[in-house]
Design a protein around this ligand. Structure first.
Ligand code: PLP
Length: 397
């Protein structure tokens, strides 16, 4: 698919929207991707409006477009606009949902090996504070979370199943649909960290049994930094009392605090309006590009990159899982990951380094410390993969 002429023409058009494609090979899309010109222009235009009018007056002018940001994210996620809250990061989104659960002593949380460290830190803190247990669901031989093992662990005390859809440190895509079916038969809340998948792997809340999902703007969605969102099913909102609320998410009535009855109970009043408009623009752009096409292309290009890497004798690809994302991770016997990333950078190629500290359970289990992470997007090309392979071979020689 990545080599056919129709695809090549489409990718060329998308690259023309992304000026930096001319100057760098950007394989750091799991860190922060290159935004399209349309997104950057939208942000700047609003900053200029704020310069002329003042922040409140400028926000009033774009009120309809701000409302539409919720609608367009809802469309992307198979949710309703009232089920969306816009925040400033994935972690903020995840923590808002997680801490909104009124934990009881004896509650159980089930999670999996490649869980993101910030999420684990919150879970283990809750375990200490509330007498909750945090348990790891075993993985299959392929490295996926094992749905059958999960089924046997579920009981009425499991209050939450927390799963990262695709981990930060490699190509795994977890079987959230299967997990969702299993969790749906229990009272547990199913919270999905979709930070690395939104923008590359389509996911639809109406068909997956996910109760709440969190994401960031700057990764595969190509939105501005400092943006994120969460989607929470209306049916579970009553169980969630946000820890941090303000005059926008709550009000006082007869001396009592009343919460908004939609997902915006998770928001605070102040926001970077220009960045939020940029987020909306990025989602619209992605929907225009076509999520299914983007997924097929990114998956195929990443697979091509893995094949190329396997041909270098010094390199070991460390990706696991029966289904793979656009994230390709590897190590070389002869050179530390940071050294490889640094030398690639000097040659105009951007990758990042995954440290054990960001996915501690998985990395310790597999005896890994540092990995090079090369994450491709739909604006990357087979030619860039060839150049990457050649430069890497030269570095390792
Ligand atoms: C990057 C990442 C996060 C954190 O996203 P922020 O927007 O920086 O808060 C959370 N989970 C996963 C899996 C990530 O890769």
């Amino acid at each position: 698919m990545i080599h056919d002429s129709e695809t090549k023409e489409k990718v060329a058009r998308l690259r023309a929207d992304t000026p930096a494609c001319e100057t760098v090979v950007h394989f750091n899309n799991a860190g922060s991707s290159l935004p399209p010109r349309q997104v950057v222009d939208r942000v700047i235009r609003h900053l200029r409006l704020e310069e002329r009018l003042g922040g409140y007056e400028a926000a009033e002018k774009v009120r309809d477009e701000l409302d539409d940001c919720y609608a367009v994210i809802a469309r992307l996620m198979g949710a309703r606009p009232e089920e969306i809250a816009i925040t400033d990061s994935a972690t903020r989104s995840w923590l808002s949902v997680f801490t909104a659960v009124s934990w009881r002593e004896g509650d159980r949380i089930l999670t999996a090996a490649p869980e993101y460290s910030s999420n684990l830190i919150a879970m283990i803190s809750a375990a200490r504070a509330h007498g909750v247990t945090v348990e790891r669901v075993p993985s299959t031989a392929d490295g996926d979370v094992d749905p059958d093992a999960l089924r046997t662990m579920l009981d009425d005390r499991v209050r939450m199943v927390a799963l990262t859809h695709a981990p930060t440190n490699g190509g795994l895509v977890q079987p959230v649909e299967r997990v969702g079916e299993i969790v749906a038969d229990s009272p547990a809340l199913f919270l999905v960290d979709a930070c690395q998948t939104v923008g590359q792997v389509p996911i639809d809340l109406t068909t997956t049994g996910v109760d709440a999902l969190t994401a960031t703007g700057r990764k595969y969605l190509r939105a501005p930094r400092g943006t994120g969102f969460l989607a929470v099913r209306r049916s579970v909102l009553d169980q969630l009392t946000p820890v941090h609320v303000d005059l926008d998410s709550a009000w006082l009535e007869d001396g009592r605090v009343r919460l908004r009855d939609d997902a915006r109970r998770f928001e605070l009043f102040e926001r970077n309006v220009a960045a939020v408009l940029g987020l909306g623009e990025a989602v619209r752009y992605y929907l225009d590009v076509g999520p299914e096409w983007a997924h097929d292309y990114v998956t195929a290009l990443a697979e091509h990159l893995r094949e190329q890497l396997t041909e270098l004798p010094e390199v070991t690809v460390t990706d696991i899982g029966s289904r793979r994302s656009g994230i390709v991770s590897f190590r070389a016997e002869t050179l530390p990951a940071s050294e490889i990333a640094g030398r690639l950078r000097q040659r105009g190629i951007h990758v990042s380094v995954s440290h054990a500290s960001s996915t501690p359970w998985d990395m310790v289990e597999r005896d890994l410390d540092h990995l090079v992470r090369a994450s491709v997007h739909y604006y990357n090309t087979p030619d860039e993969v060839a150049r990457f392979r050649a430069e890497l071979a030269a570095i390792l020689r």
